[in-house]
Design a protein around this ligand. Sequence first.
Ligand SMILES: [Zn+2]
Length: 347
Amino acid sequence: MATITLPGLIDVHVHLRDPGATHKEDFETGTRAALKGGFTRVIDMPNNSEPTTSIRALKKKKRLVAGKALIPVGFHFGTNGKNTSSFLAAAADEQVFGLKLYCNHTTGEMLIEDLGLLEKVFEAWETDKPILVHAEGVQLAAVISLAQLYGRRLHVCHITQAIEVELVARAKGKGIGVTAGVCPHHLFMSGEWREKLGPYALMKPPLGTKKDMQALRKGLTSGVIDIVETDHAPHTKKEKASKVPPYGVPGLDTALPLMYRAVDEGWFEEKGIRTVLHDRPRELFRIPKQIKTRVVLETGSFKIGDDGYETKCGWSPFDGWDVPVRVKSVMLEGKTLLTEGKIVGRK
Ligand SMILES: [Zn+2]
């Protein structure tokens, strides 16, 4: 059976729910899901119930990671606009890769809508580590101008709408330091999946139109969109089936095989997979190289979910989708962590 070898993949956008919501995921199960999906490094978002907006909360996460994670986990520091005095120490931390800023409502309580506070954040983040934003529509236009005014690097998370791709393309054309990431669910699903899957296709930003989906595919192919990030955001089936289902879907187990499906579907080039899941994420977030690290895929015909999920939530919106590869083995810095599809070690 033919195999494909890749470097260890990097996901710069995951919510591993630890601490605070470890019934959904924790650093152990989340990094197991990563390994199963071919990732050997992930960067965790700060919107936990105890948000990572202080050095104390950051230290706590580091301790938890050290005891539980199977692969290296980095962090994005969070801001509510009122913790700028911690920025210097956070930016100097080598396990911190960026600052996350929420400009639209989502899970957690770190929303900043006040222009004065936003300006303060851009002024105070005096480092070339990127500011990552959840900013949709008009909010995106606002943070692009702030990035330009303050000379900061901006990474636009989970870009969703055609107009946003256009904004990023224009900003890049003007030489503004903006990059963008897209999630597999936005690349493969448009709004009608909400009717098919109900709460299991509910996330922020929401699924767009078919036109949006086409613009995202084109943007990724042309390089206007730099990377694929999963926004792995697990919730239990019970929570999803409740009257007020939470936003978010898991993605670590499934992102890589889906990108090979994109190659089969004819809208993405195989050589681009390494670029969007390894080379560019590494470049944008200045991520150290992992030596003697490789992911081997076997090719064939597989179905997502056939051999279960490693994510604690145990489901995927892509359950049952046909994919042409699966992760066969993972070696991280000379040590075999996964072989014949089974996890056998930790870093
Ligand atoms: Zn997210």
